[in-house]
Write a protein that binds this ligand. Structure first.
Ligand code: FEO
Ligand code: CA
Ligand code: CA
Ligand code: CA
Length: 590
């Protein structure tokens, strides 16, 4: 008998063994790359040439290791849109022949890595809603944001002594963004992106003082004595903290980019706190306040929300673009009992309120720059690596991917983090009390405890476990137009390739996890983004071919194929082959 199909109208694929260098989609579906590392975006940018890459070329080409994917329509005809993708980091061993550590890079190769980070903004077109999206070279909105692009520091920390440097003595303008992981698109069509693992980009002091600044260096992984991982300090001394100690305070923020205005200066949003920001996703509360939900992706770190001081005004883009400049920041606490049930109550504890610090002993600026220390001080709940945290706009509930935590001990398990040595992760749901996103009380439950379904510790909302797909290490989340959850994974610990999964949360199919996509050898599946009405799914294939010992001569992936001899991270789309004439969502036959 065929397995039941999802509302999306597909029969889930079987898990694909780790190391398989293929993109696998369900029967009746197809996939295609839209844009890959090195594809030219800006006017004059040359075609990608693996053997003679330059920093000048890379500055006009699609960046490396795409993660967040946003698609914003630019025309009501449904045939034009702008794609925004984060370019989180680089795999130098896969980019440069003979790579032997950062010291082996030429100065221009160092600059190539700087230009391959950041974000890529590129216009796309399609013939009709059943056809392939293709990107448009040199289109008016196309843009590259890199490790050197100027950003305005906005919000309470603008001008603070804590973010002043010798190059920016007023503390108002930072250069570049990197480590950009997940993100979100706002109702006013800007894109938010999290600066995540920013610490490794700096040459660090070997130890730090015991004052608050020193405690923060240690807490943020900035006092290890290590050298900048891509030797950026060789071409820009600001990446050496022993010479420019406050430069790192200008990273670890949520940034906001307006992809509809290529001349706009992107912003660092200091009111949302500084951490290893995975991303931010917003919802508008009944009162009109904008609420951003966020995770700090480190073992034992926290979940946060921000509530804007001002209210959203429909259609007033200029006003709405200031909403994330000012508001209150909260951190989550969950009731802690490891009582075997997967639900409980929780509270948002204020860190800032009404433009002031809510944490005794911390100034307002200290709470925002040293947010982890402030959250430690109020006793926030230590989570299993919060990745994407995102509201479901259909139901108003919030979902968090807690990806794994190998270090959690049996003595440290609690309700929302119920397993020691957590290899596979879980997905947490938050229901704000009375549906009020500005409030401080919530109920929580786990909706998915990941792993092999035969493992009795796993949980799939009570669905028949013989029918569900195995899943491990949930990372990025998205929702479709019916409020179903989509999950993409990073770091499958079950011996399978990573992929993308549909997870209905309500109704008869609730808990019926099905895999839509399996991504190439040693890649992580990012995005995802679902264009529900058109049954198009976007995904970012990040770090294909990344594994111990991999290099430009030990090639483990040639994704996206088509004559490539080396792996190239790319944004792909998955969509039905039958021009939408086959099983539509809701029909449910395979
Ligand atoms: Fe870049 Fe938390 O993953
Ligand atoms: Ca991630
Ligand atoms: Ca997401
Ligand atoms: Ca991850």
């Amino acid at each position: 008998l065929p397995r039941p199909t999802s509302p999306f109208g597909f029969e889930g694929i079987d898990p694909v063994p780790a190391g398989t260098d293929e993109v696998v989609v369900p029967k009746g579906f197809q996939w295609a790359p839209i844009i890959a590392w090195g594809d030219p975006i800006l006017p004059g940018a040359p075609a990608f040439d693996f053997n003679s890459q330059t920093s000048a070329a890379q500055a006009g080409q699609f960046g490396y290791n795409c993660d967040y994917v946003g698609v914003i329509p630019t025309n009501r005809n449904g045939k034009e849109a702008v794609l925004v993708a984060n370019n989180e980091y680089t795999n130098n061993e896969l980019m440069f022949a003979g790579y032997a550590g950062a010291s082996s890079l030429t100065d221009d190769q160092v600059r190539i890595t700087m230009m391959a980070h950041g974000m890529s903004v590129v216009e796309m077109r399609r013939r009709d809603k059943h056809s392939r999206w293709t990107y448009r070279k040199a289109a008016p909105l196309n843009r590259r944001i890199t490790a050197v692009t100027p950003f305005d520091i906005v919000g309470p920390v603008r001008g603070s002594e804590l973010v002043r440097t010798s190059a920016d003595p007023r503390g108002i303008r930072a250069l570049g963004t990197f480590g950009n992981c997940a993100g979100g698109t706002t109702p006013w069509d800007t894109v938010l992106s999290g600066e995540e693992n920013f610490n490794g980009y700096f040459t660090q002091p070997a130890s730090a003082g015991s004052d608050r600044a020193g405690q923060a260096l240690t807490r943020y992984g900035l006092a290890s004595g290590s050298t900048a991982q891509h030797a950026w300090d060789r071409v820009e001394p600001r990446f050496d903290l022993t010479r420019e100690p406050q430069e790192a305070n200008r990273f670890g923020w949520i940034i906001e980019v307006d992809p509809l205005d290529p001349t706009s200066t992107p912003k660092k949003l200091t009111a949302l706190g500084r951490m290893k920001h995975e991303g931010a996703n917003v919802i508008i509360s009944d009162s009109g306040h904008v609420v951003a939900y966020m995770g700090d992706d480190e073992r034992y770190d926290y979940m946060y929300k921000f509530v804007s001081a001002k209210r959203y005004r429909k259609g007033d883009r200029r006003h709405n673009a200031t909403l994330l400049h000012e508001g209150d920041l909260y951190v989550a606490t969950f009731d802690g009992e490891a009582d075997g049930t997967h639900d409980g109550q929780g509270r948002w504890v204020p860190l800032t309120q009404g433009g002031r610090s809510a944490v005794p002993g911390f100034t307002h600026e200290e709470v925002l720059v040293y947010t982890r220390l402030a959250a430690d001080a109020v006793g926030a709940t230590k989570m299993d690596r919060p990745e994407d945290v995102e509201p479901n706009l259909v139901t108003g509930k919030i979902y968090a991917a807690l990806t794994n935590n190998s270090r959690r001990t049996a003595a440290e398990v609690d309700g929302p983090n119920p397993r020691p040595s957590n290899k596979h992760g879980q997905v947490l749901e938050i229901t704000e009390r009375r549906g009020d996103h500005t409030g401080t009380r919530f109920a929580w439950r786990l909706v998915l405890v990941c792993g092999d379904p035969q493992d009795p510790q796993t949980y799939f909302l009570g669905y028949d476990k013989s029918e569900v797909s195995p899943i491990s290490c949930p990372d990025n989340l998205a929702f479709d137009g019916d409020g179903n959850l989509w999950i993409s994974t990073d770091g499958n610990a079950l011996g399978h390739c990573d992929g993308m999964y549909l997870y209905p949360l309500e109704g008869r199919g609730a808990g019926h996890l099905q895999q839509l996509l399996s991504v190439p050898a040693y890649s992580e599946c990012c995005g995802p983004l679902v264009q529900w009405d058109d049954r198009v799914v976007f995904a970012a294939v990040q770090h294909p071919g990344e594994d111990t010992g991999a290099s430009t001569t030990n090639v483990l992936s040639t994704f996206p194929y088509q004559g490539n001899t080396q792996p190239r991270p790319a944004v792909i789309m998955v969509w039905p082959k039958n021009r939408g004439k086959g099983p539509q969502h809701g029909e449910g036959h395979g």
